[in-house]
Design a protein around this ligand. Structure first.
Ligand SMILES: Cc1cc2nc3c(=O)[nH]c(=O)nc-3n(C[C@H](O)[C@H](O)[C@H](O)COP(=O)(O)O)c2cc1C
Length: 172
């Protein structure tokens, strides 16, 4: 079975996960902006996207490529700042960002991300501050404006296990 990783992020967290997967699974990783023919002939597609203001970075690309992705096994990793225990919020990112027709075909994995406020563009920093102002809980507000880095290779274990389970199924 042939597989490929397609990802989109802004500041490197999603890219880092994609590169680790590329090394571990020995399959190509391509930024969605650079995809040409890599999807054709792939049976498994690992999709990776970060989240900005509730939206998947990959959302537009997914819509455009819906037909090409149909019938393929899809593993989706979402990279964001939302805590793992906020399941409803995490699931809402996929519920709104993935075309309806695709949702039931996707295995989802939520991976913790990274925030380095000093590296953000002026606009992203502004958006982050706006978002923090809207937060009612002072603790949440503080957390939103604090750097973090939870990007770790071991966070990929469940995804890799799922991928291997697909690869070990004999094809008819
Ligand atoms: C302006 C801004 C908005 C964000 N919005 C969200 C959000 O709505 N939900 C969330 O969980 N994380 C949010 N984040 C956190 C990012 O998803 C997180 O930093 C992620 O690791 C970025 O990955 P990337 O570097 O691959 O783009 C936001 C970060 C910024 C700077």
């Amino acid at each position: 079975m042939k597989a490929v990783i397609i990802y989109k992020g802004r500041y490197g967290a999603t890219k880092q996960y994609a590169e680790w997967l590329q090394e571990d699974l020995r399959i190509p990783a391509v930024c969605s902006d650079d995809v040409t023919t890599q999807l054709s002939g792939s049976d498994i597609v690992i999709l990776g996207s970060s989240v900005y203001i509730g939206k998947l970075e990959l959302a537009k690309w997914l819509k455009r490529n819906l037909d090409t992705l149909r019938g393929k096994k899809l593993l989706f990793f979402v990279v964001c700042g939302t805590h793992a225990n906020e399941t409803e919020k995490l699931e809402s990112y996929l519920a709104t960002g993935i075309p309806k027709e695709m949702r039931s075909d996707v295995d989802a994995f939520y991976l913790p991300g990274r925030l380095d406020i000093g590296k953000l563009t002026w606009l992203d920093r502004f958006m982050l501050k706006m978002g923090a102002q809207l937060a009612k809980d002072p603790q949440v507000k503080k957390e939103m404006l604090t750097d973090y880095n939870d990007v770790k290779r071991q966070n990929l274990a469940a995804l890799i296990q799922k991928y291997n389970s697909y690869m070990s199924v004999p094809q008819l």
